[in-house]
Design a binder for this molecule. Structure first.
Ligand code: FA5
Length: 351
């Protein structure tokens, strides 16, 4: 074969390959063209290489040079076509766009609300002191929220302005502003204002001894400020047995406070009044340079024991009700209760 003929064949192949690669619409078409021109066994370039043997000896160096140039040009137009398909997204199988060294997008994991975490921790602490968890409804009747707790109808704590009644028309007497019993047999319902309701529900069902805690939401029409919110959580404790004394109450509350707040916390008891305990105390914890009340407590009033069918000559007991938010605030140095309920993730994700 003459040099001119060989070179012309290479030239034709080069432009045919360039056209085939450039017009391949997808990876499959490009692969077929690759096999046609660059296939190791039966590709056209391979065939041309074999034709090199038929070129006259003196023309061989030049023919070889032309062959190499054509090969490089064909390979370059194949690479360009590959690049084109990868960048327009059709190179699914070759996948050159995937870079395994690029760091992944981190998963953002949620977590429990700080108040839920606090509730879990308080439950653990009281569990270690032998208290089981009891539960009660957030929508309550007046018997459990007031009457059985020795809070008579005339007591100011039952004022419609102090509670979220669900049927205020029945609770208030529009004429004299005084409270009166519902005329119908339907019980008047309200959002419970304290978890002390659960004390009654448990004692109604369980003979003594009793050793429970109850945790949950309570509702009061209080104006929100740094330490008050209209919905908050309480942890209630109740222990009924023979010979329970005020010393037991103080010991349990001190143990509880130091377990949750640390041994450096100071707590103090102030004489107070609750209709359902006698004597009663309010409990403060050291707070910055002063004190903050975090709960009420006392020895269960004999009237309460009688209202659930217990004999006050046989058993005695103590009860307490503590504000969960305030405990959590002290533990984490949060100075405003409203932070818990703004749903600002920048605050919440710190816990
Ligand atoms: C009671 O609710 C009584 N049931 C406690 C009790 C139980 C006494 C058993 C005796 C025996 P008091 O209204 O003081 O008590 O509320 C108890 C605690 O709830 C307060 O010390 C405070 O920590 C928290 N608390 C009260 N009102 C709010 C409020 N609006 N926002 C946040 N926390 C509150």
């Amino acid at each position: 074969m003459g040099l001119a003929e060989f070179t012309a064949e290479l030239e034709a192949m080069r432009s045919a390959a360039a056209t085939a690669f450039a017009s391949a619409a997808d990876v499959e078409a490009l692969e077929a063209a690759r096999v046609d021109f660059l296939g190791a066994k039966a590709g056209r370039l391979r065939a041309a290489q074999k034709g090199l043997g038929a070129v006259a000896k003196q023309d061989k160096p030049l023919a070889g040079k032309h062959f190499n140039e054509a090969k490089q040009a064909i390979e370059a137009s194949f690479a360009a076509a590959q690049q084109r398909l990868a960048s327009n997204g059709s190179a699914k199988r070759t996948g050159p766009a995937f870079d395994p060294t690029v760091p992944g997008t981190p998963l953002v994991l949620g977590h429990l609300h700080p108040i839920t975490q606090t509730i879990d921790e308080l439950t653990d602490i009281m569990g270690r002191l032998g208290f089981a968890v009891a539960d009660g409804p957030e929508i309550e009747d007046e018997w459990h929220n007031f009457e059985a707790l020795n809070i008579p109808l005339s007591h100011p704590a039952r004022d419609p302005l102090e509670n979220f009644y669900l049927s205020t028309a029945k609770a208030a007497d529009p004429a004299g502003g005084k409270l009166k019993q519902a005329a119908t047999s339907e019980p008047t319902l309200l959002l419970r204002s304290q978890t002390s309701t659960v004390q009654i529900r448990v004692m109604e069902k369980t003979p003594p001894p009793v050793r429970i805690i109850a945790l949950g939401r309570v509702y009061r029409p209080d104006t929100a400020d740094a330490t008050h919110y209209p919905m908050f959580h309480q942890i209630e404790g109740l222990l009924i047995d023979r010979h329970v004394t005020m010393a037991d109450l103080k010991t349990v509350l001190r143990l509880f406070a130091s377990s949750y707040l640390g041994s450096d916390v100071r707590i103090r008891f102030r004489p107070s009044f609750f209709p359902f305990t006698e004597p009663s105390v309010e409990v403060d914890m050291s707070w910055n340079d002063g004190w903050l009340e975090f709960g009420g407590a006392g020895m269960v009033d004999p009237n309460v024991l009688r209202s659930v069918g217990y004999d006050p000559d046989e058993v005695s007991g103590f009860a307490f009700g503590l504000g969960v938010e305030r405990l959590c605030m002290r533990r984490h140095a949060i100075d405003d209760i409203r932070e818990f309920y703004k749903n600002d993730v920048r605050f919440l994700e710190q816990f």
